[in-house]
Ligand binder design. Structure first.
Ligand SMILES: [Mg+2]
Length: 235
């Protein structure tokens, strides 16, 4: 069984330094009128966020312009996110990851809108080793154009097969996330989904989730929910 965690506002908070870094990268490239608040961030893929930021400022969107913006974003993020107090795990995450590993019945994974380099920078800044997740699916991993989060669970199934030499069926996959995008990408593939209220969305925004916790700090309760839910037939 595979548990795929979203990163921002699910595993960790980075005190919005990611958005701040997007703004600094944009102003460095395009001048002081660049406004990073013109686009949506929560639960979206970084390649789409950057494309939207470029479009919103009348800049061409091409692999080259996206790559240049991404490099500036990475430089600013690397500096901002390691400042004291900026990055930290969400409540109970360290204990939950430890408990899942100890249980032994689950494979840990990531399914996130972040690029691999900046996603790893954020996780390390929050004290979480990205290497503890054998399966990783990043925001640039969609095989389709335009990319969408809904494409990513299938990439996770493939990576699981490549790594372990056996299939994982969708109902044996749990996606954990803080936004309606996390819920819809799970639903698109018949995966289970646990929504968590550590971002900007409450249970009322994610009615299609199999479960909702305000945060993941009640380790045993969360782990019991995971075991029970993955053992049940699909509803
Ligand atoms: Mg998130």
């Amino acid at each position: 069984m595979l548990i795929l965690f979203d990163v921002d506002a699910t595993l960790i908070t980075t005190s919005r330094t990611g958005i701040q870094a997007m703004g600094l990268a944009g102003r460095a490239a395009f001048g002081d009128t660049f406004d990073e608040h013109r686009v949506e961030y929560a639960g979206r893929l970084d390649p789409l966020i950057i494309a939207d930021l470029l479009s919103a400022h009348a800049q061409p969107v091409s692999p080259e312009t996206v790559e240049a913006f991404r490099a500036g974003y990475r430089d600013h993020l690397s500096r901002l996110v390691v400042e004291p107090g900026m990055a930290r795990p969400c409540p109970g995450i360290v204990e939950l990851l430890d408990a899942i590993e100890t249980d032994g019945g689950f494979t840990l994974g990531l399914l996130t809108g972040n690029y691999p380099d900046t996603g790893a920078i954020k996780l390390r800044a929050a004290g979480i080793d990205p290497d503890r997740f054998p399966i990783t699916v990043w925001g640039c991993d969609s095989p389709h154009d335009p990319p969408a989060r809904e494409h990513l669970p299938a990439v996770g199934f493939t990576r699981f097969r490549e790594r372990f030499g056996r299939e994982v069926s969708p109902e044996q996959v749990l996606i954990v996330g803080d936004t309606p995008h996390d819920v819809s990408c799970a639903r698109a593939h018949g995966c289970r989904v646990l929504a968590v209220g550590t971002g900007s969305f409450g249970t009322e925004h994610m009615p299609d989730a199999d479960g909702f916790f305000d945060d993941l700090s009640r380790t045993e309760e969360v782990l019991d929910w995971i075991r029970t839910t993955l053992a049940q037939p699909l509803r």
